[in-house]
Design a protein around this ligand. Structure first.
Ligand SMILES: Nc1ncnc2c1ncn2[C@@H]1O[C@H](COP(=O)(O)OP(=O)(O)O)[C@@H](O)[C@H]1O
Ligand SMILES: [Mg+2]
Length: 305
């Protein structure tokens, strides 16, 4: 009997047995005849070369150690999604690449460290009315994202101080209007497997206030499975996927996994909040047949193109 194919699902120290949404993949993949390990990306004891496939999954801690994470990814053979994809996708500047290709992204003001902005410069760039969001261009899991109110001088001061702090640390700050429909309609996450739309879930709003000093606000109980995207939402997800493939020079194989997160813009039409190609939670159990779809996509990578 031939040896079983070996698959590593990559995680971080905080979740040695993977995050709950990914842990459910392990028994299912084993039942499909694969040899599966959860492996921590920065564990020096792992022999990445011994795997037929390495899939990035619950690496929640990469944002504060991006360079180290990408250096690791470049050294792993048979990594999905590839190191090149991870490099492009772990910095939200990729949204500019997509916008240039005609994808409707959430309107964003990019505050770059190189602009040398002071408190006054930031003040003039922030909206005069309504709520707005600040988030670092390298960030995940809502860590570092905060919601502020332009009309409240105390919150405005806090926003300016926070932006100054991020810029001083060399981070790009993304400034967006708070899209109020996120509170009512929510955020739609469309999962793509092997480049094709698979299923979708709907997420409630995540940001209730200012940045919380690195605290994660990830609310699994606010997820609704079995959502059917509108034709407009699907078209946007497809355009984001096509734009990403093009920006990356049309790789030979489509992305193993992707999640397009869209929210209603001010005029009600969907806008792309992010196209997650690094470690998106795929919520496989929240969609009928989702677990099978994800496991089949992974197993499908074990046969040559
Ligand atoms: N412009 C915005 N308007 C309303 N909510 C937002 C906006 N930007 C972010 N959020 C909220 O913050 C969460 C995290 O922001 P996101 O851009 O998805 O970054 P992350 O990479 O941390 O997931 C989103 O899921 C959404 O609930
Ligand atoms: Mg998000």
């Amino acid at each position: 009997m031939p040896n079983k194919a070996k698959v590593a699902l990559v995680t971080c120290r905080e979740f040695p047995s993977l995050d709950g949404y990914d842990a459910v993949l392990v028994p299912r993949l084993r039942a499909m005849g694969l040899d599966v390990d959860a492996a921590i990306w920065d564990d020096a004891g792992v022999d990445w070369d011994s795997y037929d496939l390495v899939v990035v999954r619950s690496t929640w801690d990469y944002a504060s150690r991006r360079d180290e994470f990408l250096a690791w990814a470049r050294l792993v053979p048979r990594l999905a999604n590839s190191a090149k994809v991870l490099e492009w996708n772990t910095d939200k500047h990729y949204l500019k690449d997509l916008e240039q290709r005609g994808v409707a992204v959430v309107p964003t003001t990019w505050l770059e460290p190189s602009m040398g902005l002071d408190a006054r410069g930031l003040h003039t760039r922030m909206p005069a009315l309504g709520d707005f969001v600040l988030k670092p261009a390298v960030g995940a899991g809502s860590v570092g994202a905060g919601r502020y109110s332009a009309n409240d001088s105390q919150l405005r001061g806090r926003a300016i101080a926070y932006a100054l702090r991020l810029l001083a640390g060399g981070a790009t700050v993304m400034l967006q209007r708070y899209l109020p429909a996120v509170d009512t309609v929510g955020e739609v996450s469309m999962v793509y497997l092997d480049g094709r739309y698979a299923y979708a879930v709907r997420k409630a709003a995540m940001l209730t206030g200012p940045e919380q000093g690195g605290e994660r606000r990830y609310q699994s109980e606010q997820l609704e499975g079995g959502y059917t995207p509108t034709a407009e939402e699907l078209a946007l997800g497809d355009a984001a996927m096509a734009g990403a493939m093009e920006a990356l020079g049309n790789p030979l194989r489509p992305f193993l996994y992707a999640r397009a997160d869209v929210v209603p813009a001010a005029d009600g039409s969907p806008a792309l909040l992010e196209l997650e190609l690094t470690e998106p939670a795929l919520f496989p159990e929240l969609a009928a047949g989702g677990l099978d779809m994800v496991c089949r996509a992974i197993a499908g990578r074990l046969t040559p193109v």
